[in-house]
Design a protein around this ligand. Sequence first.
Ligand SMILES: [Zn+2]
Length: 233
Amino acid sequence: MPNSLYVSSPVNALVQGILREDKTLAQILTHGDFGLGTFNDLDGEMVLVDGIFYQLKSDGSVDKATLSGCSPYACVTHFESNASISLHGLSNYGDLQNTISKHMLSQNLIYAIRVEGVFSNIHARSVPKQHCYRSLVDVAGDQVEFNFESIAGQLVGYWTPDFMGSVTVPGFHLHFLSEDKLHGGHLLGCTIESGKLWLQSIDQLTLDLPHSTEYLEAELIKDTFSALNKAEH
Ligand SMILES: [Zn+2]
């Protein structure tokens, strides 16, 4: 389906510690060539670029992910954007967010976001592989943060409205992948020397609901919004 965001499983399941689903990357790839997410047991951050999945590991290194691997949460889309916006001298992530927001038609749509550029600094994180049934907030305590200086690469991700907060990570969610595909992580901060921004507004959502026993039996009643603000931002 063109111009639709595909979500492989609602994020509230991940927030409550269901860190494993049986959705393969090959299945997810049928819904888009661009996106982000994570892997079973939170074994690193995921970025999908030009139809290739990369696994951003907790030491900041990157592997290509195998299509037979599974994900408990992934957001993908068929990325299409013709007009780019030039970026110069953005001193922090807040400046980038403000610039992106200015080009959004409305805060009530979904946006796929791609930034290519040269970054004086990238502050990112990833998470080491977990044992199941730890809440995302507990897992966040294990996250490993790192900085990359003077690095070329791209940011890949989404902006989704707060009201979708039990389905996707609300607000901005971006992952970094270096141009040489050797470094990456979940974006926490950045300084951009120069770059280009592409935005795609999206007005449809395709949500898969898992059928794992853990999911079917879970009571998904917690306040995911505050938990995600702690764990993801
Ligand atoms: Zn992330």
